[in-house]
Design a protein around this ligand. Structure first.
Ligand code: 4NP
Length: 155
């Protein structure tokens, strides 16, 4: 069976999208669906390329029994829009940034993550300049969205 490719995208690829990737992977594994998906995450920015997730993102993951320390940041490239079936962006400004690169002719149009999960046309707020409570809020949103996305893609 062909795997469903899903790319999670944020700005730095060290906070929101690694949490989205890590939680989705864990939920897929819990349902025995790992083999159905090819997932990855990326950022529109390149400041953190090669880095592990932000310590605050790793901490909130760990509090919830999840290890995301193996993930490494990378920047989105044009080919991602043909390689992946879904490109799920954590916020509207990320979609705008991808569209500004005029990659629109490629196969996969970027979508808003929460909307793709059926949870409304809302952003997952950037927690980078916030505190632990902002990372907890990201975790809660990603937790709800991951189950909904699994229902959508593997239902
Ligand atoms: P992320 O958070 O997009 O959720 O990974 C950010 C990480 C880094 C920066 C901004 C947001 N930064 O400006 O370096």
């Amino acid at each position: 069976m062909t795997k469903i490719g899903i790319l999670f995208v944020c700005l730095g690829n060290i906070c929101r999208s690694p949490l989205a990737e890590g939680v989705f992977a864990a939920r897929a594994e819990a349902r025995g669906l790992t083999h159905r998906f090819h997932i990855d995450s990326a950022g529109t920015g390149r400041w953190h390329v090669g880095e592990a997730p932000d310590p605050r993102a790793m901490a909130v993951a760990k509090q919830n029994g999840l290890d995301i320390s193996h993930l490494r940041a990378r920047q989105i490239v044009r080919e991602d829009l043909s390689r992946f079936d879904s490109v799920l962006c954590m916020a509207g400004d990320i979609i705008a940034e991808i569209e500004a690169r005029r990659w629109a002719a490629d196969r996969t149009a970027p979508e808003l993550y929460m909307q793709a999960a059926g949870l409304g046309a809302i952003d997952v707020p950037d927690p980078y300049y916030g505190g632990p409570e902002d990372y907890e809020a990201v975790y809660r949103m990603v937790s709800a969205a991951s189950d909904r996305l699994l229902d959508r893609f593997a239902g």
